[in-house]
Design a protein around this ligand. Structure first.
Ligand SMILES: Cc1cc2nc3c(=O)[nH]c(=O)nc-3n(C[C@H](O)[C@H](O)[C@H](O)COP(=O)(O)OP(=O)(O)OC[C@H]3O[C@@H](n4cnc5c(N)ncnc54)[C@H](O)[C@@H]3O)c2cc1C
Length: 99
């Protein structure tokens, strides 16, 4: 039995035109020493903002903030405007100042 688990690669590998990419931008915010995850984030790790669903995942020493959801976009380039929108939405919702 052979499994094809090539993700978006299946589009070309098997000429499957029903497979399409979806882009998701993430922003990593480095936390300063002694940083404690704000109560607001523990309460609401995900919320629906102006540009779609946003979320904040605390990790050791950093926060992972997301995200965008752009169907049909397979570009791997870093997009500053998307990152700034995620930060702005995060700041608006939580009333915090991440830069
Ligand atoms: C920004 C972002 C955030 C996400 N967050 C979450 C989340 O919080 N929770 C969650 O559950 N999911 C999340 N996902 C989705 C999750 O990443 C995917 O659903 C998951 O990675 C799919 O796994 P997969 O093994 O099917 O495919 P992939 O992880 O895409 O792996 C496919 C592999 O096949 C290889 N490949 C492709 N073509 C070939 C070929 N011709 N020959 C050999 N190898 C090939 C590729 O190099 C790759 O290693 C997120 C996705 C994005 C983009």
């Amino acid at each position: 039995m052979i499994f094809n688990a090539t993700g978006i690669g299946a589009r070309d590998l098997l000429n499957d035109r029903e497979v399409y990419p979806t882009r998701g931008d993430l922003v990593y915010v480095r936390a300063h020493a002694g940083f404690e995850v704000p109560f607001e984030i523990m309460q609401h790790m995900a919320f629906y903002g102006e540009a779609g669903t946003h979320y904040a995942f605390p990790r050791h020493g950093e926060l992972v903030l997301g995200g965008s959801f752009v169907e049909g976009d397979s570009s791997l380039e870093i997009r500053r405007d998307a990152c700034e929108e995620i930060l702005a939405s995060f700041n608006r919702f939580y009333g915090l100042k991440a830069k």
